[in-house]
Write a protein that binds this ligand. Structure first.
Ligand SMILES: *Cc1c(COP(=O)(O)O)cnc(C)c1O
Ligand SMILES: [Zn+2]
Length: 400
């Protein structure tokens, strides 16, 4: 295997080997993948990246997957766009949007799925199973199909229809649940006990974070290794934020960057804001959010297993957690479409709505270079956009 050495529990420091399928640490915490960073540093420099492949596997030195075991659909190396009109309107220095909607299956879940499915196959899993809010199911089903691994998916019956269709189309055994992702998780948990499936629920296997970690390396490479002042991230399970933070730690350890960090900002919806509630109370863990409801399906997660890791990154970076309403999400989504020609997902739009508030509060302003993560394509959520278009008879003219 590449430079991977072991799995480590961030809570109790237990270590586990990487030759077997693992889920959570016996203490209940997610596990993190650790590397021989000295050997990694000797093997590659920033300048060597120019010779690497043009997808997320250009960072394969930072990943646990052997070269000949990579399962890929071309994920990663997504656009980093300057949002000039929107940035000027919001009143920040430079506004950048990393467009993860350009990934296979239309969301950044592809990165986690590519790493997770590659490792599941390396370690001999024949069947994986997971609950999903929608996009993770679509992505993992696609990569499972590519890897010829059997896949069981349970999702809320109101998950975006296109994600239901993706899972079915990619051949996953797909079930709709009259409940939330947490209820779907309980059903999958019972199936895992009964049938011995490999449980690939968010953070219950260690490799999804590694795939999402590549966003942190990639965004820095695209910014010529200059840190933005703030990164706004729509947090459900918070995996991407944990992954980006982990990337920064590893890059500092090998000397590719210094100790500077952006303010890490987790954005949630007012209808499901457990991380915001915890942040506002100065806590290190969140409480289960009852009655979670928001049209931004990807961030409708009532309680995240890795909440303490997200909060740690927020506190350590002098960032914050902030909630916005569904109405604010929809008006931000329209704003971005009209200003930038990008149909972003509601989760991504939440970060734009949050940025507006943070500028109004003086938390961010004209001297800040801000990066927002658009985690998925708006095309997957066309049903949330209401339109009312004039209809012409064939002999009618356009009156302006
Ligand atoms: C899953 C998802 C999120 C939340 O991702 P986490 O890393 O689990 O917090 C945000 N946006 C979209 C589009 C998603 O699919
Ligand atoms: Zn532990």
């Amino acid at each position: 295997m590449p430079f991977v050495t072991h799995l480590e529990c961030p809570k109790c420091q237990t270590t586990l080997d990487t030759n077997a399928l693992h889920n959570l640490c016996p203490c209940g915490s997610p596990l993190l993948v650790r590397y021989d960073l000295e050997a990694l540093a000797e093997s590659i420099t920033r300048d060597d990246l120019i010779n690497e492949r043009n997808d997320m596997w250009r960072y394969r030195a930072f990943l646990p997957v052997p070269d000949d075991a990579i399962v890929t659909l071309g994920e990663g190396m997504t656009p980093m766009l300057k949002a000039e009109r929107l940035g000027a309107r919001l009143g920040v220095g430079e506004l950048l949007i990393k467009d993860e909607g350009a990934n296979p299956t239309g969301s950044f879940k592809a990165r986690g799925a590519a790493a997770g499915i590659s490792m599941a196959r390396v370690l001999g899993a024949s069947t994986v199973a997971m609950p999903t809010a929608g996009n993770a199911g679509g992505a993992w089903s696609a990569y499972a199909a590519k890897a010829a691994i059997d896949c069981y998916i349970a999702m809320p019956e109101d998950a975006p229809v296109i994600t239901q269709k993706e899972c079915d189309l990619f051949g996953a055994h797909t079930y709709l649940v009259r409940g939330l992702i947490s209820d779907a998780g309980a059903i999958i948990g019972r199936g895992v006990k009964r049938y011995g499936w490999y449980d690939v629920s968010t953070l219950k296997e260690p490799y999804r974070i590694e795939g999402k970690k590549t966003m942190g390396i990639e965004l820095l490479e695209q910014l010529d290794w200059q840190m933005p002042d703030a990164i706004l991230y729509p947090a459900g399970g918070g995996v991407g934020l944990i992954g980006i933070w982990k990337a920064f730690e590893e890059l500092e350890a090998i000397g590719w960057i210094g100790s500077e960090r952006p303010k890490m900002i987790a954005v949630q919806s007012e209808g499901c804001a457990p991380l915001v509630q915890a942040f506002e109370a100065g806590k290190m863990e969140s409480e289960f959010w009852e009655g979670a409801e928001t049209l931004a399906a990807g961030i409708r997660v009532p309680k995240a297993l890795g909440d303490f890791l997200v909060l740690e990154a927020i506190y350590a970076s002098d960032g914050c957690a902030i909630a916005v309403s569904d109405a604010e999400i929809m008006s931000a989504l329209r704003r971005v479409s009209e200003d930038e020609g990008m149909w972003i997902c509601p989760e991504g739009a939440a970060t734009v709505a949050a940025l507006e508030q943070l500028v109004a509060d003086g938390f961010l302003g004209a001297s800040d270079n801000v990066l927002i993560m658009n985690t998925g394509s708006g095309l997957k959520y066309s049903s949330v956009v209401d339109i009312d278009l004039p209809v012409l008879d064939i002999d009618e003219d356009i009156e302006i």
